[in-house]
Design a protein around this ligand. Structure first.
Ligand SMILES: N[C@@H](CCC(=O)N[C@@H](CS)C(=O)NCC(=O)O)C(=O)O
Length: 209
């Protein structure tokens, strides 16, 4: 049994979507980051960076924070959603790192400055909005002629999709990025994605462009 500590955010949903895709048994523990649950000593013992998501795998005694590490761990443990052929494996790793180092941090800043605090820091709004468009452009180019980021559906897609699901907060018109839009809708149709999106609780339907 796996314990998942999470909240209704893109980084949290990556892991609930992965667990739903794998069809494994897991227990959900809601860490309300708006209420400051992430600062509790109990959670800090699991996640030394005070951020969700984190997992405890009770089979192996593994405790992990960082969504990218958790996705890699689960892909390795269950032998799914990560290509095994060497070239594709590293291509998927490359795009997973692109998500972790680019999409997550920069789109997160768009949420902060553009969605939650508009008008307070025009330079930051302009800078992070421009970076968001650049990242959407990169993904749009990568997805030209491809159904998924690397070969088959993989953790590169699972890591990236929940961030794109916040396109409204980012004030992005997905029609401007048709390959991203088609990929987004393809993944949104998966029942495991629909279920994973609603963990630890439903706040809305999956956004549709
Ligand atoms: N690099 C981390 C980022 C995790 C992260 O930023 N989590 C956010 C929610 S999406 C959080 O816990 N924020 C609470 C806080 O910053 O206090 C990962 O991918 O797991």
């Amino acid at each position: 049994m796996i314990d998942l500590y999470t909240w209704t955010t893109p980084n949290g949903r990556k892991v609930s979507i992965m667990l739903e895709e794998l069809g494994v048994d897991y227990a959900v523990h809601a860490i309300d980051i708006g209420a400051g649950d992430q600062q509790s000593p109990e959670f800090l013992a699991l996640s030394p960076n005070n951020k969700i998501p984190a997992i405890v795998d009770n089979d192996s005694g593994t405790v992990l924070m960082e969504s990218g590490a958790i996705l890699l761990y689960l892909a390795d443990k269950y032998g799914q959603f990560m290509p095994t052929e060497r070239k594709s494996y590293w291509r998927a790793m490359e795009w997973l790192m692109w998500q972790m180092g680019g999409v997550g941090p920069f789109l997160g800043q768009v949420h902060h400055f553009v969605h939650f605090n508009p008008g307070k820091a025009p330079y930051a709004e302009e800078r992070f909005t421009a970076e968001a468009h650049r990242l959407y452009g990169v993904l749009n180019t990568r997805l030209a002629g491809r159904d998924y980021i690397v070969d088959q559906y993989s953790i590169a897609d699972i890591a990236t999709w929940p961030w794109i699901s916040r396109f409204e907060w980012q004030q992005i018109d997905l029609q401007q990025y048709p390959n991203v839009r088609d990929w987004y809708l393809r993944i949104a149709e998966r029942p495991a994605v629909e279920r994973g999106y609603q963990v630890p609780k439903k706040v809305s339907d999956v956004p549709m462009p």
